[in-house]
Design a protein around this ligand. Structure first.
Ligand code: MG
Ligand code: ZN
Length: 217
């Protein structure tokens, strides 16, 4: 009985995700879904990435997903771009974004010309991976402070990822992170991953990432 209900929810989500893809195609927009555990540095990365994308003359919009608060949306305000906040507490406090809630947020951008929409999912390595958001690219951030075993413990998240950003590499010596082992564990779970190392604190590879995103346009 329970299995049946779960399957129905996921089927409904897949249908909504399909609708989002049609909508984005019609508007010639791309959407990137950023997922990670809480505190891996999604918002910090967006704060650094977005100004570079703007320099490349991309028109950027952001959808922020959180259970409650507008903390992350407030941090992006100084960038002067359109930001929509989804608080899932109004939809039962989900610890992930569903395609339906994302579609609702996209409608807020209806009259704005955008090239690219950056979606910051709820910080969580489990269920955001189960719910297709209709995005063109899934980017998972994984910080050197989290331990090298995360892909083995949360395989679905890393299987759904197209790219993984190993974040906070400026801390790798301080926390004795074994980045080689991080790569090995990523490859074990998903051999086709594109892997980057970044630091939002020192700006390491931020420009490179922006260029990669521009190139996939
Ligand atoms: Mg955040
Ligand atoms: Zn969830």
């Amino acid at each position: 009985m329970e299995i049946k209900i779960v399957r129905k929810i996921l089927e409904a989500n897949d249908f909504a995700a399909l609708k989002i893809r049609e909508h984005l195609r019609e508007k010639h927009q791309r959407m990137i879904n950023f997922m990670s555990a809480p505190g891996a540095g999604k918002t910090a990365f967006l704060e650094k990435l977005i100004p570079v994308l703007l320099k490349h003359e991309l028109k950027v919009g952001v959808i922020e997903g959180d259970i409650t608060t507008t903390c992350d949306a407030d941090r992006l305000k100084p960038l002067g771009i359109p930001v929509v906040q989804i608080n899932t507490e109004f939809f039962g406090g989900d610890c992930h974004l569903t395609a339906n809630t994302v579609f609702g947020a996209l409608k807020e951008f209806e009259d704005i010309r955008l090239n690219i929409i950056l979606l910051e999912n709820v910080g969580n390595l489990v269920c955001p991976a189960e719910f297709d958001t209709g995005s063109d690219l899934n980017i998972v951030l994984w910080s050197v402070t989290e331990g090298e075993d995360k892909p083995l413990k949360y395989p679905l998240m890393f299987q759904k990822a197209n790219w993984v950003l190993i974040t906070k590499v400026d801390l790798q010596d301080a926390v004795k992170a074994d980045i080689k082992l991080m790569y090995e564990n990523l490859r074990k779970i998903n051999p086709s991953l594109k892997i980057f190392e970044i630091s939002s604190k020192t700006n390491f590879n931020i420009g490179k990432l922006a260029q990669e995103i521009v190139n996939t346009n």
